[in-house]
Design a binder for this molecule. Sequence first.
Ligand code: ADP
Length: 260
Amino acid sequence: MSAPTHSGAGVETEAAEPIVELADVAFGYTATPVVEDVSIRIDPGEYVAVVGPNGSGKSTLLKLALGLVRPDEGDARLFGEPAHRFDAGERVGYVAQRAGASDEMPITVREVVKMGRFPHVGFGRLSKRDWEIVDDALATVGMAAFADRRVTRLSGGQRQRAFIARALAGEADLLVLDEPTVGVDAESVEAFYDLLAALNDDGITVVLIEHDLTAVTDHAERVVCLNREVYFDGPTAAFVESDALARAFGTAAGLVGERR
Ligand code: ADP
C-alpha cells in the first residue's frame, strides 16, 4: 500500500478507499461462529452505530475490523490493508468498553493523551508542537482542567474523554468506541455525543456500539443491526421504520426498552 496521506480533515487525498471493509466474514472463538456472513463497508466520514442483543457479536465485529482477531472465513481490511497486518495504529482510536477501568496505572490524563503522540515521535522527546497537539486534544474534549489528575480518579465519562483525547492527539482518522457511555451519567452522555458529532463534522469516521437505542437514532447516520448475521445495514431513518430490531432481538425484543 502507498504511504497514507493525511490531510487535516482525516480524508484521503487519493480516491476515497473504504476505511473498514469486511467481506463474507465468519469468526468463532470456538468451532461455533459468533459472526457469520458479514459484509460491511465503512467509508471515510461515516457515523455508524452497531446495535444488537448482548452476545450478538458486536464487540467481535469491531475486533475483526481492527485486526484484533482474524476471520476464519472471508476478508477483513482496514484502510485497504489486511486488518491483522495493519500497523499505522495511530490512525485508529479504539475506546474499549469501560476504557482503562482495569488500568490501575497511576498516570495523569496528560500522560495518557501524550501517548497518542508516541507513534509520531517514536520514543524521542515530544516537541513543543507535540505538546500543543496534546493540549489542543485536551481542550477539544473539555478535559484541560483535569490534565494533571490521575486517570484512576476520573468519572467514567471523563475517562472516556481522556481516551478520546489520546486518539485525537494521535491524529486518528477512525474512532471506534465499544459502549462508550456505559456508567456515564445522562448529562455527560449528552455532552459526549455532542463531542462525537463535532469530531465527525471535522471528518473523523465514528463507529460505535451503543445499547441506548435513543442515542443511536438521535445521533448515528447509519445503523448496523447484528445478531451473528447482519439483520440491517442502512440509514438510521430506514432502520427505525424496519422490523430489523425485533427480528434481531427475537423473543428478547421486549427487553430492549427495559435495559436502561
Ligand atoms: P456483544 O458485543 O454483542 O455483546 P461479543 O462479540 O462480545 O458480543 O460476543 C459474541 C459471542 O462470543 C458471545 O457468545 C460471547 O460469549 C463470545 N465471546 C466473546 N469474547 C470471547 C472470548 N474472548 N472467548 C470466547 N468467547 C467469547
